[in-house]
Design a protein around this ligand. Sequence first.
Ligand SMILES: C[S@@+](CC[C@H](N)C(=O)[O-])C[C@H]1O[C@@H](n2cnc3c(N)ncnc32)[C@H](O)[C@@H]1O
Length: 339
Amino acid sequence: MTDDGTDGDREALDLLIRGFQVSRMLRLVADLGLADKIPKDGSRNVGDLATACAVLASPLLRVLRALAAFGVFRIGADGSVSHSPRSVLLRTDQPNSLHHGARFWTAPGSWKAWGVLDAALAGDTPHQAAWNMSRFQYLREHTDEARNFDAFMANFPDHRHQALAASYDFSGAKLIIDIGGGNGEALRRILARFPAPRGLVFDRDDVVAAIAPEARSSGRIDVQGGSFLDLVPEGADIYLLVRVLHDWSDDDCIRILRNCRAAMTPSARLLIVEQILEPDPALGRPSSYLVDTQMMAMFGTARERTEAEFGELLQTSGLGLERVIETASPVWVMEVIPM
Ligand SMILES: C[S@@+](CC[C@H](N)C(=O)[O-])C[C@H]1O[C@@H](n2cnc3c(N)ncnc32)[C@H](O)[C@@H]1O
């Protein structure tokens, strides 16, 4: 290999440079619900699909051909469209469907913030610069994107909710409170494995109001709206903070953790579920660093953290790290006790 790189490097970089085109086309087909309209083990003519989606066949075929070149869908010479192993993952009936993620990354809120990413280099928050409001205020005002965000969190490709339920013994808990628990997926997974505990999802008002009664594990899950920046409800044996702290600056994390600390009895446990950032990107997963830059684009100084950085936040907040548990997902469970 020369210093100029190989032809393979050139092609790989060229495709990375154009990655936004692929993301945008994936959102387009996900917004149309196209993957659900193609049978798992069969095919459908592009004209039929276009009619079913109320769009024109010719541009749809061009988009599908481009995606098929990346292994997403298969296109026959006769215009028939069938699933590839990758496109099946966009079906909403697949466990941990990628449908919600495909709709999320280039949805208007995120897309416009990434358009002004340079703002981060001047110390500003791109989302604020793009929309003149915070990310969570934006979600409050854009219901479709907000509910897709909740569904995306519940179906995140890291399988964190199943991994958490499988890696910790919740059998002795009477009440588990999931702080910033989104649409309740972590609690549903945990309660499905452990018959004794009840659960409470504590999240923003509009998020908990959208959790349907049938998603509350036969009445074992209650919901409460509020802000963890103000208070955390008392009474749990186990508190969860799943992928919450990475949305916040160090100062805000300390505020949230101190509120957890204030609610905890001496025997209560706090489980912080987060990725632990590998400082060397040559050793880490590319998706971890993409999430880190997404946090920068959405929230400014919010970020992924190393174990040492979590340790400092805990110490400042009157909490101590008891142990760190590896899971089948890229997330780790940090078991934390009040000091
Ligand atoms: C990255 S999501 C994680 C959701 C869920 N824990 C999971 O892992 O799927 C962060 C959550 O924090 C919630 N949140 C943001 N600000 C909040 C606040 N001030 N008080 C309570 N929840 C908040 C969001 O609504 C969202 O559900």
